[in-house]
Design a binder for this molecule. Structure first.
Ligand code: AMP
Length: 111
């Protein structure tokens, strides 16, 4: 079982920011800034490490989703950060590829 697979399938409730056939975006349960949205593929991919060239179209869609949620959240003009943590040293806590979209205040490098 995977937490983010279950969230994308609607089995675990979330505050949805965007969804389509391949992409799901929802508000982080522990926001680090006024805007903190997670953008994920519905298909289970563990992390950036597991991406292949065959996923290039999916990556384009993920970044289109990132742009859309940033626009809808009102941070496209003010700016935001896109982060994907990988593995132990990256402090990835959920092993399903996700992109944090964080903004709504000036960000320091360590948040
Ligand atoms: P990471 O540490 O990069 O793997 O990010 C995982 C993120 O998922 C963290 O920012 C958590 O706050 C967030 N998170 C964990 N469980 C939930 C949940 N049920 N709904 C929304 N966000 C969650």
């Amino acid at each position: 079982m995977c937490l983010f697979c279950d969230i994308a399938a609607g089995k675990i409730p979330s505050k949805v920011a965007y969804e389509d056939e391949e992409i799901f975006a929802f508000h982080d349960i522990a926001p680090q800034a006024p805007v903190h949205i997670l953008v994920i593929p519905r298909r289970h991919i563990q992390s950036v490490n597991e991406l292949t060239e065959a996923d290039s179209a999916l990556l384009g869609k993920l970044y289109a989703g990132i742009q859309k949620v940033a626009r809808d959240a009102g941070v496209a003009e003010t700016g935001y950060r896109v982060i994907s943590n990988v593995g132990k040293d990256g402090q990835q806590s959920v092993p399903h590829l996700h992109f944090h979209v964080i903004g709504g205040r000036p960000l320091n490098w360590n948040n």
